[in-house]
Design a protein around this ligand. Sequence first.
Ligand SMILES: [Fe+2]
Ligand SMILES: [Fe+2]
Length: 206
Amino acid sequence: MKSLEKQLEEMYDRLGVSEKNQGSINTYLSMLRLKDQATYEHSIRVGLLGVGVAEYADLDKKAMFFAGTLHDIGKIMIRPEVLKKSGKYTKKDIREMQQHPKYGYRLLSGVHDFSAEVALRHHKYQSMSYPKKNYKPKVHFSKDTMINLDLHAKMLAIVDFYDAINTRDNQKFGKKLSKEEAKRVLTKTYSEHKDLIEELYLNQVF
Ligand SMILES: [Fe+2]
Ligand SMILES: [Fe+2]
């Protein structure tokens, strides 16, 4: 198995990501790595998987890749004792953790505007659904981009959830699920995208 860094490099080449954007993504990721190795690795995996999903969901590969690698960047603002906690979260911990989409938005705005909007929304389509407020983008996006924004955020929520249930350090399940169990949970949670999820498993994206 190739290292995540190698896979990231190859994806930069494959998608023709500019040197400037490579530098920018690498800088964000290295900040995350300093804070928490697990979130850093999760972010790369979500970016890479995002490209696979984009291929089958007919979305912009580069947009999914950028938004995927950067979606949890706001976690660099969360205290390490909360971020790395393996036990049960207190209400206070949850409140703090739930700030990360907003922090991510602030960190990415003006640099990667589309990714900033996706980062803000990536938990909207998950069970706890936050932030509760619906934010209007500060930057003007075309109508098509606006539709795409929600779709990218939703697809990324699926990838994010997939990665969480397939890693050992997730809070909800407390253990790594088998491939079949993970598929069942994913299909049940996102039943409206059942066919897409089936296709992703069939084609070994998942
Ligand atoms: Fe997140
Ligand atoms: Fe995440």
